[in-house]
Design a protein around this ligand. Structure first.
Ligand code: PLP
Length: 458
């Protein structure tokens, strides 16, 4: 088999700053040992997130020049709406500046105190929006999701029996809607099968509970279904995506992921009464319903990007880069979530650093070691991001301590990944020297973004 090449070439370059270890030590200390507080210029390879960090195509840049900046009813809005409708089949489309704005509108309109919102796994902003409305954000991932070594094709699935128990326990009236996140970001970027989506929909439909898809990585999920689920080989990714959305009553989307854009999102639904309520809040919070917090040129970039994300050769290449890194790191014996996710490689920090207890944040240890060794910025998905405080104010760790190396779309090349492997090899070899951390200061919510750390003595 031939090398899978990047299905694009480079027309414009963006310089990377190569820093010394001393410079990185100073920068990390100034950032209170929290990589979110670093200047991006001080990061050589930035794998913090795949959100809004992608490179746009010539088609997207060309479309941006056609952006119609009319306040109401612009051409760009029409193209955006047509693109979203073609993929989701949903009549009502509301543009938002990001995914979380769509979640905020959804939660404000439909979630009341004590409501329960099941999901395969809530993303952090989704959880925060539901909890802000005093709802309960419930994660119901399938059992395989917790075993990071177990190879299964659809570890992002929901545990359907747990969903049945949840409905029996809380009752239909306490559940205004359920969600399915594709792919399951928090659960390691693992895909959800069409069979699971269908089964979840059947259970919900029997009780009249609507299903909302958190669609951030719908195209990557469609690719996994194409590759892994029997019966989908002959289908286009667009057809598979359409089949996924046909099972849903609504969708929230961050166009910063599979919209291949640097900003944007949407909320879509079938129910006209919902749409009416969403639209009122959209006007209040985001903007007039035909631009919703986005410039006409952004709407254009997203309209094109959503379709480019469904191009098969693009997904083949994208998946090959993730697989390449995972295979090389696996060859070094570095513990990871297996199989690799759709947009990231997830290192298992708990198994990498078994002597550091979860509440000394082994994930932060790995993240900071990667930065110091090679200027690579990754992110912790462990007890800092997902830990919580129990009734007595005691901090409870997350079940998993992961470190995510997220892949910006169409940005880094093979030699960048070879460099990442070399840096990882060094970090792994010197892992006995990696310290745990304590939190020196934290805010009330979403603490991972802004909290300050201090390294513990080894
Ligand atoms: C990124 C993301 C969101 C939130 O989208 P933003 O555009 O960052 O506000 C919601 N859900 C999932 C699964 C995500 O990955």
């Amino acid at each position: 088999m031939r090398t899978i090449i990047e299905p694009f070439r480079i027309k414009m370059t963006e310089p990377l700053k190569i820093t010394t270890r001393e410079e990185r030590e100073r920068a990390l200390a100034a950032a209170r040992h929290n990589v979110f507080l670093l200047d991006a210029d001080d990061c050589c390879i930035d794998l913090l997130t795949d959100s809004g960090t992608g490179a746009m195509s010539t088609h997207q840049w060309a479309a941006m020049m056609l952006g119609d900046e009319s306040y109401a009813g612009s051409r760009s809005w029409k193209r955006f709406e047509a693109s979203v409708r073609a993929i989701t089949g949903m009549a009502h489309v509301l543009p938002t500046h990001q995914g979380r704005a769509a979640e905020g509108i959804l939660a404000e309109c439909l979630v009341r105190e004590g409501h329960v919102i099941p999901n395969n796994s809530h993303f952090d902003t989704t959880r925060a929006n539901i909890e802000y409305r005093r709802g309960i954000a419930l994660n119901l991932p399938c059992a395989e999701a917790f075993d990071t070594e177990h190879i299964a094709p659809f570890k992002g699935n929901m545990d359907v029996d747990a969903l049945r128990r949840c409905i029996a326990e809380h009752g239909r009236d306490a559940i205004p809607f359920a969600m399915m996140t594709v792919t399951n970001n928090t659960g390691g970027g693992q895909p959800v099968s069409m069979a699971n989506l269908r089964e979840v929909k059947e259970v919900l439909a029997a009780h009249g509970i609507p299903l909302i898809i958190d669609a951030c990585r719908f195209a990557e999920n469609a690719y996994f279904i194409h590759e892994r689920e029997p019966g989908y080989r002959g289908r286009s990714l667009l057809e598979i995506a359409q089949e996924m959305f046909a099972l849903a009553d609504g969708a929230t989307m961050s166009a910063k992921k599979d919209g291949l854009a640097n900003i944007g999102g949407f909320l879509a639904c079938r129910n006209p009464e919902w749409a009416e309520r969403f639209r009122s809040l959209l006007i209040l919070r985001e903007g007039f319903p035909t631009y919703g917090g986005l410039a006409g040129r952004d709407l254009e970039a997203i309209a094109v990007g959503l379709m480019e994300a469904l191009e098969y050769d693009y997904q083949v290449y994208r998946h090959a880069t993730v697989e390449y890194l995972a295979t090389r790191l696996g060859g070094l014996g570095i513990p990871m979530v297996m199989p690799a996710g759709g947009h990231a490689v997830f290192l298992d920090a708990r198994r990498m650093l078994p002597s550091i207890p979860p509440l000394a944040y082994p994930g932060i240890g790995v993240v900071n070691a990667l930065y110091l060794a090679g200027g690579i910025r990754a992110v912790e998905l462990g007890s800092v991001m997902f830990g919580h405080f129990d009734g007595e104010g005691r901090e409870q760790p997350s079940p998993l301590e992961l470190v995510r190396l997220a892949f910006p779309r169409r940005v880094y090349t093979q030699s960048h990944f070879d460099y990442i492997v070399e840096v990882m090899e060094e970090v792994w070899r010197d892992r006995a020297r990696i310290p745990g951390y304590r939190i020196a200061w934290q805010p009330a919510m979403l603490r991972h973004f802004t909290c300050h750390f201090e390294p513990l003595a080894r």
